[in-house]
Structure formats: structure tokens, C-alpha cells
Design a protein around this ligand. Structure first.
Ligand SMILES: NC(=O)c1ccc[n+]([C@@H]2O[C@H](COP(=O)([O-])OP(=O)(O)OC[C@H]3O[C@@H](n4cnc5c(N)ncnc54)[C@H](OP(=O)(O)O)[C@@H]3O)[C@@H](O)[C@H]2O)c1
Length: 175
């Protein structure tokens, strides 16, 4: 079982603008069946975690339709509205305890920290982040939501070009 942080990023390390827009990303060209594409990655995933801003973006963007079939933990201190029928668990639990629940729920599959960057960092803080996949879009934003605001040593495992994107897959090196 591997815990991944898979995200797209600007070249200067932001995953959203300061006002949580992803317009800079959604206009880019990607081959869904190409190398290191999101679709194939998602098939390996049995449980997801995301922070409240990411959840709220998905809700705004997808018109309150929830497309993930996997159980999803949303970290928040608020009681957010959850779409009917979706397997979404709001939590402010300890990262390690939530991770253990996610691993149980994922069965043979892997765990995906969707974002944001600080939430992925919280998993890294307790030694529970294994891999970081970044799809770099050909743009700089100058400011925004940070990719991964931690000091981590990474090993490059794989690299590919998928149309507009430079894709890297890294292992988190632990002492
Ligand atoms: N480029 C991409 O592929 C990509 C991928 C993922 C996300 N994004 C975007 O990136 C942005 C990320 O936003 P963000 O930096 O604000 O991060 P976020 O993780 O999405 O949301 C942060 C919020 O999550 C809650 N939270 C985080 N850790 C918590 C904990 N341990 N316990 C309880 N609640 C916790 C807090 O919300 P409360 O105030 O509710 O407590 C916090 O303000 C979003 O716009 C998202 O759409 C982009």
C-alpha cells in the first residue's frame, strides 16, 4: 500500500491561484490515455483525503455532483454540506488515525491525498506520505496555494511528457 500525493502545479510551485482558481490548468492539453495520466492513476486508488478548500472547489466545479466512488475523508473544522449518496467523511481527526481508517477502507488499493499542499505535508510530518506525483503546467502564477510547503528530500522515480505537461513521480526519502 502506497500513499500518494498526486497533483498538477504551476512551474513555480502553486496548485491554485490565491482565489482558488484552476482556470490556468483546465485550459491545458493532456492525453487521458497518455503517460502518467490521472485516469490510470485513479484506478489504483481505494481511498482519498482532501482539505476543505479542495472539497469546496470540486463542489463548485462539478455542480455538486460527486464523481469519486472511493470513500473520501474531508478535513475540516466546519460542518460542510455533503452531496447525498456520496461516501464522504468529514474529519478533524489525527492524521495517523485517519490514515489507518483509509488504509482499511482501501483494501488492496492505494491511498491518495488530493490536496492541498499543507494537508499532504501533514501526512509527511508523521511519516505517512510515500510518493509525490506532480504534473507541471507550462505557466507561472507568482502566488497561490503552495504545492508542498515542507522541506522534504525526494528521489525521482519516473518522468514523462504528456502533451502540455512535464510529469514527475518522486519517492519521499525518510531518514
Ligand atoms: N492543481 C491541482 O491539481 C489541485 C489539486 C488539489 C487541490 N487544488 C486546489 O488547491 C487549493 C488548495 O487549497 P488550500 O491550500 O486551502 O488547502 P486545502 O487542504 O484544500 O484546504 C485547507 C483547509 O482544510 C482544512 N484542514 C486542513 N487540515 C486540517 C486538519 N488537520 N484538520 C481539520 N481541518 C483541516 C481547513 O479548513 P476549515 O477552515 O474548514 O477547518 C483548512 O483551511 C484549492 O483551491 C484546490 O481546489 C488543486
Amino acid at each position: 500500500m502506497t500513499t500518494h500525493y498526486f497533483t498538477a502545479s504551476s512551474l513555480d510551485g502553486f496548485i491554485a491561484t490565491t482565489d482558488h482558481s484552476l482556470d490556468w490548468l483546465l485550459k491545458r492539453d493532456v492525453d487521458p490515455d497518455g503517460p502518467m495520466a490521472y485516469q490510470e492513476f485513479e484506478r489504483t486508488i481505494g481511498a482519498l483525503a482532501m482539505g476543505a478548500s479542495t472539497f469546496e472547489w470540486v463542489m463548485r466545479h462539478d455542480g455538486r455532483r460527486w464523481s469519486y466512488t472511493q470513500p473520501t475523508w474531508v478535513f475540516t473544522h466546519r460542518s460542510l454540506d455533503v452531496p447525498t449518496g456520496a461516501d464522504i467523511r468529514l474529519t478533524q481527526g489525527e492524521i495517523a488515525a485517519v490514515h489507518a481508517e483509509m488504509v482499511d477502507a482501501a483494501g488492496e488499493k492505494d491511498v491518495w491525498i488530493v490536496g492541498g499542499g499543507d494537508l499532504a505535508g501533514q501526512f509527511a510530518d508523521v511519516g505517512l506520505l510515500d510518493e509525490v506525483w506532480v504534473q507541471y503546467a507550462p505557466v507561472t502564477l507568482g502566488a497561490g496555494a503552495p504545492l508542498l510547503p515542507r522541506a522534504l528530500d525526494l528521489e525521482l522515480l519516473d518522468v514523462a511528457r504528456n502533451r502540455d505537461f512535464l510529469c514527475g513521480r518522486y519517492r519521499v526519502v525518510r531518514d
